[in-house]
Design a protein. Structure first.
Length: 365
């Protein structure tokens, strides 16, 4: 059986790690190849699906650049893969696997392209373009990612994130306990699932909650996620008297909470970040909840404004408020958006279909 090596920074939480993990599991289901995962950063917060997948894990802890190059090349030589699929943009890793393609004669796929951010560092851009030139294929989860990272058109593939509808079922969710634990004391709720980092516009979320209290008193805002800015936003909400918001921190039942809520939003700080095709948007649409997201990156590749969700300009709280009020007062519109959202995921973003697209790409090399 031929071998595939996936190379990634770590196997902890994150959209990139989830995409790789889903592909690994999908390929195992298809019995496509023996799989190995090389990673460089250890963490207690590992995706257990990856750990338990049956793929062989190789941890190469970073010591210095020269040592890392030698150990990575040796590990690849020992495995003798048919395909090396790189999920990290770390320049020293990209350089090494590009060099290794000619030394060890494997097929190379560059797959770190995800968000719609350009590569700011001249060195990083040079190494990325060098890796493109050495690769057999370049793959992104969005057209925006390919454009932003200046990928060559002739080698480029777009394979969107895939959603597994089995994730919606299975786990039980005790709504009564959830309502009691977080004092969910209003009939309607709007959530945002994102890391508390400069890439996300949590100021817009807090300001939306603040302004909504002047219009309606029956809507609660639920913030889900962890990160370095969480405490500062908790303090800000207290200082400004925004009492219609709940901070849940990191959760492992995100889909269930989105399903509990009436509407989901994703506000991005367009000064520093552009989304690819967001997992949060996909999860929201899969459970049939209307999504409101800010314009930019690959968001328009999944949301058709006013058809299966909504796109607003960055900082445009007024438009977000109008959409929310309309959705909560017009059951027909809500149902239409919900139905179209589910249909979009089922027809364009099924995980099994995306796995087959990867297999087709692998087979074409």
């Amino acid at each position: 059986m031929r071998k595939i090596v996936h190379i990634i920074s770590g196997i902890g939480g994150g959209g990139r790690e989830r995409r790789m993990g889903q592909l690994v599991l999908g390929l195992l289901t298809e019995d496509f190849a023996e799989q190995h995962i090389i990673y460089f950063s250890d963490s207690n917060n590992k995706y257990q699906e990856i750990v338990n997948s049956g793929a062989k894990l190789h941890l190469l802890k970073y010591t210095n650049r020269f040592d890392l190059i030698i150990r990575l090349l040796k590990t690849l030589k020992d495995i003798s893969p048919f395909i090396v699929h790189v999920w990290t943009e770390i320049p020293i890793i990209l350089f090494t696997v590009s060099l290794g393609r000619f030394l060890l004669n494997y097929k190379l796929i560059i797959g770190f392209l995800a968000d719609g951010n350009s590569i700011k560092s001249k060195l990083a851009l040079f190494v990325a373009k060098f890796s493109y030139s050495c690769s057999n294929a370049v793959v992104s989860n969005s057209i925006a990612g390919l454009k932003a990272k200046e990928a060559p058109a002739k080698k480029s593939h777009v394979i969107y994130n895939g959603f597994d509808f089995h994730r919606i079922g299975g786990k039980s969710f005790d709504k009564d306990s959830f309502v009691k634990a977080y004092n969910i004391d209003k009939p309607y709720s709007i959530c945002m699932v994102a890391r508390f980092s400069p890439a996300k516009d949590w100021d817009m979320f807090l300001n939306l909650a603040k302004q909504m209290t002047k219009i309606r008193s029956d809507i609660l805002f639920i913030a889900i996620g962890s990160g370095e800015q969480l405490e500062s936003y908790e303090s800000k909400s207290r200082d400004e008297g925004i009492d219609n918001i709940r901070f849940l921190g990191e959760r492992n039942d995100v889909e269930k909470i989105i399903e509990f809520c009436d509407i989901s939003v994703l506000f991005t700080n367009d000064n520093v970040h552009a989304e690819g095709v967001s997992n949060t948007i996909m999860e929201t649409m899969a459970v049939g909840k209307p999504i409101i997201a800010t314009k930019g990156g690959g968001t328009a590749e999944i949301i058709e404004n006013g058809v299966n969700g909504y796109i607003v300009a960055p900082k445009d709280i007024a438009s977000a408020i109008d959409i929310i009020i309309n959705l909560l007062s017009d059951a027909n519109t809500y149902e239409r958006i919900s139905r179209n959202a589910i249909d979009t995921i089922k027809t364009k973003f099924l995980l099994t279909d995306k796995t087959k697209e990867y297999i087709n790409m692998y087979n074409s090399l």
